[in-house]
Design a protein around this ligand. Structure first.
Ligand code: SF4
Length: 240
């Protein structure tokens, strides 16, 4: 059975597809904790084991029914998020769901920390778009946990992807943001037009405290800036 924290319809608030109508399927569980992000990540309710009981248990049939129920009549993109959705990519029921999505013609983007290698020989996975939210040192995770060279190389080689780095004002001011992104760019041959930098912010106040520094950093480094529209508009409210 698949663990799903929530399914909802909204507008994508981040990254390359910001503003687009989307159905979000948030899977439960993550292989990281990212306690550097203010003690817990902004999706802690899809990560923390204490929330496990609140996750719905879905077989493929029930998941498709719920997904279709939440989807408006008109076209919408699909966002597979978490937690870490790729933890489910070997699961037979998840693969059935992926086949269903691929056949439906929806644009599927996967929000991933890019630490797990994906089977791109499975056609639906090769057609998804991957938002590679590779964690930097401000996540509080050890480098060996947050960067998997083999997985990253495979995503870059086989997928339609873009990178999404979460930065805070201190990281920009100290030069660590530039240093760490440059290191990744050089090691993996990442092109600047595929790099989005997004301000850290689980609340509107925190977002506003980081946004200007990150925006200016993007102007200077020729990167794309990604806001967090849902935080700016709804603050800490979930499922929007
Ligand atoms: S990888 Fe993402 S979902 Fe997992 S703990 Fe870190 S921020 Fe949260």
């Amino acid at each position: 059975m698949l663990s799903v924290s929530e399914i909802f319809y909204s507008l994508q608030g981040e990254g390359r597809y910001a503003g687009r109508p989307s159905v979000f399927v948030r899977f439960g569980g993550c292989n990281l904790r990212c306690e550097g992000f203010g003690g817990k990540c902004d999706s802690y309710y899809a990560v923390d084991a204490s929330f496990r009981e609140s996750w719905g248990k879905y077989d493929t049939k029930r998941l498709i029914a719920e997904y279709e129920f939440k989807k408006p009549y008109l076209y919408a993109d699909t966002v597979l998020t978490g937690g870490e959705p790729t933890l489910w990519f070997k699961d037979a029921e998840f693969r059935e769901f992926a086949e269903y999505l691929a056949a439906s013609g929806t644009l599927v983007s996967v929000e991933t920390n890019a630490t797990k290698e994906i089977d791109f020989g499975f056609a639906p996975f090769a057609n998804f778009v991957y938002a590679l939210s590779v964690k930097l040192s401000n996540s509080g995770e050890a480098k060996e946990s947050r960067i998997n060279p083999a997985a990253l190389t495979s995503f870059i080689k086989h997928s339609n992807h873009f990178f999404k780095f979460v930065l805070d004002a201190d990281m920009v001011a100290s030069g660590k943001a530039k240093e760490e992104i440059d290191e990744l760019k050089n090691e993996f041959g990442i092109v600047p037009q595929n790099i989005y930098c997004m301000p850290l912010g689980a609340s509107k106040e925190e977002l506003l405290g980081n946004a200007k520094s990150v925006f200016e950093f993007c102007v200077e480094e020729r990167y794309c800036y990604s806001d967090r529209v849902h935080i700016r508009v709804f603050d800490k409210k979930r499922g929007v």
